[in-house]
Design a protein around this ligand. Sequence first.
Ligand SMILES: Cc1cc2nc3c(=O)[nH]c(=O)nc-3n(C[C@H](O)[C@H](O)[C@H](O)COP(=O)(O)O)c2cc1C
Ligand SMILES: [Mn+2]
Length: 498
Amino acid sequence: MDAPVKPNMIDDLRSYIEALDAAGELHRVETEVDWKYELCHISKVNEEQDGPALLYENVKDNTAPVFTSAFTTKERLAIALEQDPGQSMSSLSQKWMELTTQGLVPPEYVDDVPVMENQITENIDITKFPVPHFYPDDGGRFFVTAGYLLTEDPDTGWTNLGTYRSQVLGPDILGSQILPGKHGEFHMKKYAERGELMPAAAVVGCDPVLFLAGSTLVSSDVSEFDIAGALRQRPVPVFKSEVTGLTLPANAEIIAEGFIDPNELMDEGPFGEYTGYYSGNKGKDFKKPVLRIKRILHRNNPVMWSTTVGKPINDIHMIQSLNRTATLWHDLETMKVPGIESVYMPPEACGRFWAIVSVRQKYPGHSNHVGNAVIASTTGHYGVKGVITVDHDIQADDWDRVMWALSTRFDPKRSAQIIDRGRSTVLDPGLPIDERKITSRILLDACTPYEWEDKPNEIFMDREVLQKVSDRWSEYGFEGSSPVADMIDRLTKPEEIK
Ligand SMILES: Cc1cc2nc3c(=O)[nH]c(=O)nc-3n(C[C@H](O)[C@H](O)[C@H](O)COP(=O)(O)O)c2cc1C
Ligand SMILES: [Mn+2]
């Protein structure tokens, strides 16, 4: 298949870093930094200030550089997806939804395999790479934070890419936090039943679209390679490993491949999680499966890619916001819920705990239908604690207006509904540590009830005058094109919208 040539075509981590550099979105740290805490702390402070992506070129004890803070702004996320950096998060999610539901693009086997430039099969020591130690109470150094674990279904050959963090537990041992219900666990259970070891590969430093696909809730039996292909509209280049038999990405920076014994568990963690709290209790057993590495492959001059995780907002919150908004939106469309205008799972809510949906109401109880549909959907049923519904004049990602609706269209007794039970996440620090399987939820309906005949008299602007203001925008001495054009429907009376 001939790849369409695009201006900022990205096929691996290097071309992404180059694209960021060209867009003025990259800062190189040339002075020596320590992989223990210092690197993470610099990145975190930089991220808190919406700073650029960082490339640490001189990391203590190592020669390879470390790349961080890739996706902490929507612009860099859009560049990774080869999309227009000017659009909002919600519309980027909409684009993601469109591309991944139009059709899948399977990977393509290639002969040119850069990651095979170097092979290590003896004296394996994963700490030869600059693996960061992020936060003071972390259990150690974490190799996979931006990357994925690749496994295959022994019956069907379905290749799964799942972003599960992995701690260095020995020179050739990586822990793997495959949480319950994840596809890596599905595969592992099958190998356990067969009494076989599970081939697995930890991939770090990949085409950013593979990291994004690896951390997305995609249906089981669907390969994230195919999703990445759909997002890029061209196949991911892959090759077959003669050591594990796995189909691996040809352009990765570093691959540690080997076998997971489903019966072998080791203490792993704690880890400073995306909730802003450590996972696991310090001193309490926290057993995880482990990957025993048989071979490390890496490109010449490999680049290590890491993410700080921790408190919002950093890579993981932006990724979850992007892909969960997309899958929730798709779930709602699949359920044929009418009137959905926009959907947003804010990064501030760790990209998953709250959902906001804008709806154009068409019947009494419509907004309530939407709130209930969200928590009944596959995405919305997992760990969502609250849903806010707003009328169509408010965009789901316009927090100022959402807060206004919660203030002026909302009566707690009428508009709030508590649901007692739903699927939670074991990482939710809002629940007692031993009771995290089930959460309650709240639906906040910030819409004016459809059935009210005597609705409050809302202030709207005159449509014709607004059009005139839009046409004359530059005459008033303002720079740039008129911002009014996109707002006219929202600022004028609904009856006037044709
Ligand atoms: C940076 C990052 C780290 C993550 N760490 C984990 C993890 O340690 N364990 C886990 O089960 N899910 C983790 N996730 C979420 C999973 O990647 C996500 O649920 C994905 O759908 C898993 O793939 P699967 O659906 O193929 O199992 C992480 C996501 C991101 C973006
Ligand atoms: Mn999967």
